[in-house]
Design a protein around this ligand. Structure first.
Ligand SMILES: *[C@@H]1O[C@H](CO)[C@@H](O)[C@H](O)[C@H]1NC(C)=O
Ligand SMILES: *[C@@H]1O[C@H](CO)[C@@H](O)[C@H](O)[C@H]1NC(C)=O
Ligand SMILES: *[C@@H]1O[C@H](CO)[C@@H](O)[C@H](O)[C@H]1NC(C)=O
Length: 493
């Protein structure tokens, strides 16, 4: 969920969709009309958004439990994730949707505080372990590959009290947690994602301060968060390779938030490149580039800006040689979350406040919340292919938001169709992309948007005592793509 980027933009622009919401929501097929044999179709959720059972069976309090309980006014509909879709008690109902779709993989996350209530691995909650063992075993029994996100936006409140991602102790906490998960579940889980959307998590949590932990420290706190997060990611990857890979043979990657930028004037090409380096390269360059470290343009410009602000030291921290090498190459695949593109616009003056990521970037763009830009997904895949020597890639999130319940969700069908076609086109044109994961399996607690925003292929009847799930039109469409494996443009529902 590219959630807060949107919230942030609501205030700045209400970009009217002059040509209608679904402008450009189509992309022509290029090349083969069949998905490669090893291409996997899946769906995604995250623990806090679906599980509920927030204080049951020994689970500890998470930063999102704390945040929603104390700040209901900051959630669009005043709701919280206490019950969510109640997947903690109703995973079998989730499984029914997954088997109905014939999903190849299911991406879900593990609630850190359900297994380790205060975050410290010295104190394990067996009920939490049992829950995830059940989920994993049921998926495998139904031929569905589990793909586990270790950290998806949420974390134990106790660790946050010690500074969270602004403290370097998070590296040890995270590595301990990941190690325990590899140890307990790695015999069956072969696809691990360390972090989900680091940029969103750090920018909105530690820079802008719109989500927990609500730190407002732009251009400093967010950069420190990403720095520690990259170290935690790299260190966890090395542990897997050294201690688990030989026995378990799995893959460890990361799910980066990506964006693409459209422009009409060819003089904007340099601006486009700059925007891509700051938005995608920021996290991808340290891991996937030949040299490692942050993109040179960021290192240079943020150092210059910092100096101009009278600082002796750049606000963008530096990796020493050792950390640079730990992080460089620390992923077996690149997971990308893609929702929409932005249009570059001529800025009429300084961008953002000083200091901030926006000021350091100094590129202005417009984003339409309801944009459908499949060519941007194809574009990002090609950009990553060229920039990082075509790493194995998988779309870990992509989806359409409805602001009200729609069962005949034709917009989502068109969105899914065109984005799947974009992925197939990219694969046909040489991008090493081997899977697609739709966000989301089912309508759920969409963070600050509460339940008012719907991303699911399935709906939940929230007045039904059993929170009954039922398919939208898009679920029928996706099912047909998965069973036929042909170009989505050829499929009609
Ligand atoms: C999938 O298969 C293609 C060729 O059929 C191959 O080039 C690619 O490396 C495979 N990808 C994965 C992740 O196995
Ligand atoms: C393209 O950008 C350049 C430099 O900003 C400007 O001089 C030119 O008028 C632009 N062309 C169009 C067609 O907008
Ligand atoms: C939702 O559940 C309520 C209570 O069981 C039921 O009366 C209603 O018909 C359901 N709505 C839908 C759309 O299924």
């Amino acid at each position: 969920m590219k959630f807060l980027g949107l919230l942030f933009l609501i205030g700045i622009l209400s970009f009217p969709s002059i040509l209608g919401k679904q402008e450009g929501c189509y992309i022509a097929a290029k090349g083969s009309l069949h998905f490669p044999a090893n291409f996997s179709f899946g769906v995604a959720t995250s623990a806090h958004q679906v599980e509920g059972g927030w204080n049951e069976d020994g689970k500890g309090v998470s930063i999102w439990d704390d945040f929603t309980h104390n700040n209901p006014g900051l959630i669009m509909d005043g709701s919280n994730g206490d019950i969510a879709d109640d997947s903690y008690h109703r995973f079998d109902d989730d499984l029914k949707m997954l088997t109905d779709l014939k999903a190849g993989h299911y991406r879900f996350s593990i609630s850190w505080s359900r297994i380790f209530p205060n975050g410290d691995v010295s104190f394990k909650n067996q009920a939490g372990v049992d829950y995830y063992n059940g989920v994993i075993d049921k998926l495998l029994a139904n031929g569905i590959t589990p793909m586990v996100t270790i950290h998806h936006t949420n974390m134990p409140l106790e660790i946050q009290k010690r500074g969270g991602f602004t403290s370097s102790m998070i590296i040890e906490y995270f590595v301990d947690f990941a190690t325990e998960l590899f140890e307990m579940f790695g015999d069956r889980v072969k696809n691990w994602i360390t972090f989900n959307e680091p940029w969103n998590f750090c920018n909105f949590g530690y820079g802008v301060g719109l989500i927990p932990p609500l730190f407002s420290d732009p251009g400093l706190g967010d950069y420190l968060c990403i720095h520690n997060l990259l170290k935690a990611h790299g260190a966890a990857y090395r542990v897997y390779k050294e201690k688990f890979f030989q026995k378990q043979g799995g893959k460890v990657g990361i799910a980066l938030d990506t964006n693409f930028f459209s422009f009409t004037n060819s003089s904007d090409e340099a601006t486009f490149e700059r925007a891509m380096q700051f938005n995608v390269g920021y996290l991808a360059h340290p891991i996937f580039s030949k040299d490692g470290g942050y993109p040179p343009v960021m290192v240079h410009d943020i150092a210059r800006n910092s100096l101009e602000e009278g600082r002796f030291r750049s606000r963008l921290p530096t990796f020493d040689r050792e950390w640079r090498d730990i992080i460089k190459g620390s992923a077996d695949f690149l997971g990308l979350n893609y929702y929409r593109s932005s249009s570059l616009i001529q800025s009429s003056g300084p961008v953002g406040t000083s200091p901030s990521f926006e000021r350091d970037l100094s590129v202005e763009s417009l984003t339409d919340l309801h944009a459908c830009n499949p060519e941007g997904l194809e574009g990002v895949l090609h950009w990553l292919r060229k920039e990082y020597n075509n790493p194995p890639m998988i779309v870990t999130e992509n989806g359409w938001r409805d602001d009200e319940l729609k069962i005949e969700d034709d917009e989502r069908v068109a969105f899914l169709k065109s984005h799947l076609q974009a992925v197939l086109n990219a694969a046909n044109e040489g991008c090493n992309v081997y899977g697609y994961t739709h966000w989301s399996l089912v309508d759920n607690f969409e963070w600050v948007f509460g339940f008012s925003t719907k991303f699911g292929l399935y709906a939940v009847n929230r007045t039904s005592p059993v929170l009954e799930r039922y398919p939208k039109k898009s679920a029928h469409f996706y099912k047909k793509v998965i069973s036929s494996r042909v170009s989505p443009n050829k499929i009609i529902v």
